[in-house]
Structures are given as structure tokens and as C-alpha cells.
Design a protein around this ligand. Structure first.
Ligand code: G3P
Ligand code: CA
Length: 262
């Protein structure tokens, strides 16, 4: 096995996947606030566009699983989504403020806290090709996060499973780092090389279990690794041993604990 010489001794950054989403309803302000209390270094969210062009943090195309409404996110205006309850479905969701979380509100939280990184994933923007990325970069511009001379302590990283989406993000905001996410069997990714518009490799943990040398191969090509979604203690420890740079987890408190003990 190729040794993990590149980042040995450097702890992976703990990135809270949809917030501390094992303990709170995903993509709610409560989940993100708890993640920061639990010691997360960064936050992850998915974004989709509402009918009236606002970026909201929702994973699925439909709101059925995570709210008391039904149908496509893109068929609702922001005002309509704000009337729904996106927390009550979770066992710890009672009493949480209802309404959908906007990316703008999450950026407010991120930038209010020094040295916090927000990883924003655009979700398969087929119908609205290009619009999601354009809106996203315009919002980052407003927060002063899209330019190299940004004075903010906080950072944003843009990512997607869609190569076209990652390329568009890089074209629109060259100074903002990008992650190309990919499934374990994605063709042409296993050598650790990335297209020029991607800065960080984004494999799932299943790939690293079967091909642990991947992280070193990517590092030898100058690409750090962002690994998702890493909840099991053995996987968290594996990521540390291999030199994974960013570890996305639903359980930031557990990740902190394991990384401390390793
Ligand atoms: O952080 C990347 C990971 O979130 C990708 O999978 O389905 O949870 O968005 P998914
Ligand atoms: Ca995601």
C-alpha cells in the first residue's frame, strides 16, 4: 500500500453533513448550531432553487420526507416553503422553528463564526441548468466570499456530482475551491486525477474501504480528499490514517471523539 505520507499527523477537518443531522432534523438552523457546538470545523448543505428563484437547503427533489408538505421544491415559492414545518418529522424536531432554511441564513451563521468553511452542494440542476450556479455565485459575491481578496475568515467550497455544475462554478468563481463528488464505480476517477476545474476529490467512504490507496494517489496529483459520509468509528479512524483532508459526517461529536483518541 502507498503510505499516507502527505498528511500524516494532520487531523481531517470535521464537516457536519446537513448539520449535526443524526441529532437534529437535517438542514435546520438547530442542526447547524449544534454541529458548531459539537466542534465541527465546517458545515455541508445541499441547495435547490424555489419557484421564485431563492436558494434553499433541501436534499431531495421533493419535500415529502423532510417536511409536512408534498411535492417538488421547485413548485413552491420561498414564502410557501416558509409556512411548512421542516423539523417536526425528526424525533428531536419538536419546538424547532418551522420554515425552510435559506442558503442566505446559513451563510449568515457561517460568516459570523471565524474559520468556518461551508461546503455547498448543488443538486443535479438539469431543468435549471446554469441558474443554480449563477444564483449561488451572486450570493457569494454579496457576502464577499467569491473573490481572492475576500477579507472574511470564513470560506465557501462548491461541489457537485455533476461535472458540468462543478465546471460552471469554477468558470463563474475561479477563486472558490471546488469538489468533484463521485460514486464508487464512477469511471475514470480511481487514479486520483481530476479535471482542471476541480480542486478536491470527493469519493464516498465505500471507495476508501476497498481502495485505501486512493487518498495517496490523489495527493500525489496535488488533490486533497473530501470523503462522505463517515459516521462509523472505524471509518473515521481510517480517514485519519489515510490522510483524508475533509470528513463529512452526520455525527460531528463522535468524529471529534474518535479523532482525539486516535
Ligand atoms: O457531502 C457529499 C454528500 O452529501 C453526497 O451525498 O446524497 O448526502 O448529498 P448526499
Ligand atoms: Ca450533500
Amino acid at each position: 500500500m502507498v503510505s499516507a505520507w502527505h498528511d500524516r499527523g494532520v487531523l481531517p477537518e470535521v464537516i457536519a453533513h446537513r448539520g449535526a443531522s443524526a441529532d437534529r432534523a437535517e438542514h435546520t438552523m438547530g442542526a447547524y448550531e449544534l454541529a458548531l457546538e459539537q466542534g465541527a470545523d465546517g458545515l455541508e448543505c445541499d441547495v435547490r432553487l424555489t419557484k421564485d428563484g431563492h436558494l434553499v437547503c433541501v436534499h431531495d427533489r421533493r419535500i415529502n420526507r423532510t417536511s409536512n408538505g408534498v411535492g417538488l421544491v421547485s413548485d413552491y415559492t420561498l414564502d410557501q416553503l416558509s409556512e411548512l414545518d421542516f423539523a417536526g418529522w425528526h424525533q428531536n424536531g419538536a419546538g424547532a422553528p418551522p420554515g425552510v432554511l435559506t442558503l442566505e441564513a446559513l451563510l449568515d451563521l457561517t460568516t459570523a463564526r471565524p474559520n468556518t468553511t461551508l461546503f455547498v452542494e448543488t443538486k443535479h440542476p438539469v431543468r435549471q441548468a446554469g441558474l443554480v450556479e449563477a444564483k449561488l455565485v451572486a450570493l457569494l459575491e454579496r457576502f464577499g466570499l467569491a473573490r481572492p481578496e475576500s477579507t472574511s475568515d470564513s470560506k465557501v467550497v462548491l461541489m457537485s456530482f455533476s461535472q458540468r455544475a462543478v465546471r460552471r462554478c469554477k468558470q463563474l468563481a475561479p477563486a472558490v475551491p471546488t469538489v468533484l463528488l463521485f460514486a464508487p464505480r464512477a469511471p475514470g476517477r480511481k487514479d486520483g486525477e481530476l479535471p482542471g476545474y476541480a480542486d478536491i476529490a470527493g469519493p464516498g467512504i465505500r471507495l476508501l474501504r476497498t481502495d485505501p490507496d486512493y487518498v495517496a494517489r490523489a495527493a500525489q496529483r496535488g488533490n486533497p480528499t473530501y470523503c462522505w459520509t463517515v459516521d462509523e468509528p472505524a471509518d473515521i479512524a481510517l480517514c485519519q490514517r489515510l490522510g483524508v483532508r475533509y470528513l463529512a459526517t452526520n455525527r460531528p461529536a463522535r468524529a471529534r471523539e474518535v479523532l482525539r483518541a486516535e
